[in-house]
Design a protein around this ligand. Sequence first.
Ligand code: CA2
Length: 143
Amino acid sequence: MKILVINGPNLNMLGIREPDIYGRTTYESVCGKIRDYAAENGVEVEIYQSNHEGDIVDKIQSAYGKFDGIVINPAAYTHTSVAILDALKAVSIRAVEVHISDVNEREPFRHISYAGMACEHHIIGHGVDGYLEAIAYLAGAGS
Ligand code: CA2
């Protein structure tokens, strides 16, 4: 099974600022955890991060026919991007939405998720372990 993990804007800053919200694990460490977990579970994983909406759309489109699942944390684009929602719908790859923080307990503008409307499962507020739970879900369910 091949899973593409996509992270949106500023997630490359993890562990550097706002540790009270996003924890102290750096982005590189999160990527390491994801790679280790995937290898232990026989999953092939590619991790992608971009600060640019169109690049994320391009990456989702390029996954068509190549990946069995997408784990996506669109970060701030979660709450604004119909383009990312449409791209996820267009490729029709099983997708899981991850948020490190509990967006539903934060500002009202974080309560809407466009990308989430194309995802079959949502892991919200479980910290960076949410990425591993998402991989476990995709690898376990329907594989
Ligand atoms: O909780 C999440 O995973 C979010 O997707 C993170 C986004 C935020 O806009 C969403 O509402 C919820 C923000 C990612 C920015 O990450 C930072 C990391 C370190 C320092 C500052 C921002």
